[in-house]
Design a protein around this ligand. Structure first.
Ligand code: ADP
Ligand code: MG
Length: 225
């Protein structure tokens, strides 16, 4: 049987938010994720889940520790290299969708490709395909204000996946959704994870989301349980 390799290895990650009362949020977090795995990070509000995701996805810099993705240590990259790495290899989905109001679905999803200098025609073709994959083929010309929360989040997922990222990060992607839309979104994450062999790391605090994922990592007071 083929051995599945670790795509991400995290060693002793530490993060303190400085200020009048410094807050030691990550107190030595270590774990690894296999290629193609669908992992949920769970834990109470304030336990450091978003902070961990921000460090892993290079949106913030840890004070100590290593983040190794496909054998490459990422914490030593400079800002420019980090930005490039993020654009090429990571996809993000946020709780509040983060869609720009003036862009239609197809414009929002094609933008990451246009930024990487693909032609307008190819970018739109690929964006349309991706929107069909998230079952929004009939909403390509809609603006965010013309879509439900669940539809907007599916646009955000399509946008996150358009670059075919190695790792998809999602921070409480269903927190603003009703339970029916949440189910659609989590089923979609599961399907994309399997069909595209996507490595997916989501943060959630809904215990019932456990059934969608391969493994749950529990976080408590800045360490993993
Ligand atoms: P979770 O996502 O598990 O709810 P967070 O990682 O957002 O937790 O936050 C962990 C702790 O760090 C919380 O006490 C929060 O108030 C604090 N915190 C988060 N971001 C910042 C920041 N930028 N500056 C200072 N403190 C922060
Ligand atoms: Mg959070």
């Amino acid at each position: 049987m083929k051995e599945i390799k670790d795509i991400i290895i995290v060693k002793n990650l530490q993060k303190t938010y400085s200020g009048e009362f410094p807050l030691h949020v990550l107190k030595g977090v270590s774990f690894s994720v296999k290629e193609g795995e669908f992992v949920a990070i769970m834990g109470r509000s304030g336990s450091g889940k978003s902070t961990l995701l921000h460090q892993l996805s290079l949106l913030d810099d840890p004070d100590e520790g290593e983040i190794i993705v496909e054998n490459k240590e990422l914490t030593t990259l400079n800002e420019k290299e980090k930005t490039k790495y993020r654009l090429q290899f990571f996809g993000y989905v946020f709780q509040e969708y983060a869609l720009l109001p003036g862009f239609t679905a197809i414009e929002a999803v094609s933008l990451p490709l246009i930024l990487q200098h693909y032609s307008m025609k190819e970018s739109r073709q690929r964006a349309r395909k991706m929107l069909e994959l998230v079952q929004l083929g009939d909403r390509v010309d809609h603006f965010p204000s013309e879509m439900s929360g669940g539809e907007q989040q599916r646009v955000a997922i399509a946008r996150a996946l358009i670059n075919n990222p190695k790792i998809l990060f999602a921070d409480e992607p269903c927190a603003n959704l009703d339970s029916e839309s949440s189910e659609v979104i989590l089923n979609l994450f599961q399907k994309l994870n399997k069909e595209l062999n996507q490595t997916t790391i989501i943060v959630t605090h809904e215990p019932e989301d456990e059934k969608y994922v391969d493994r749950v990592i529990y976080m408590k007071d800045g360490t993993l349980q």
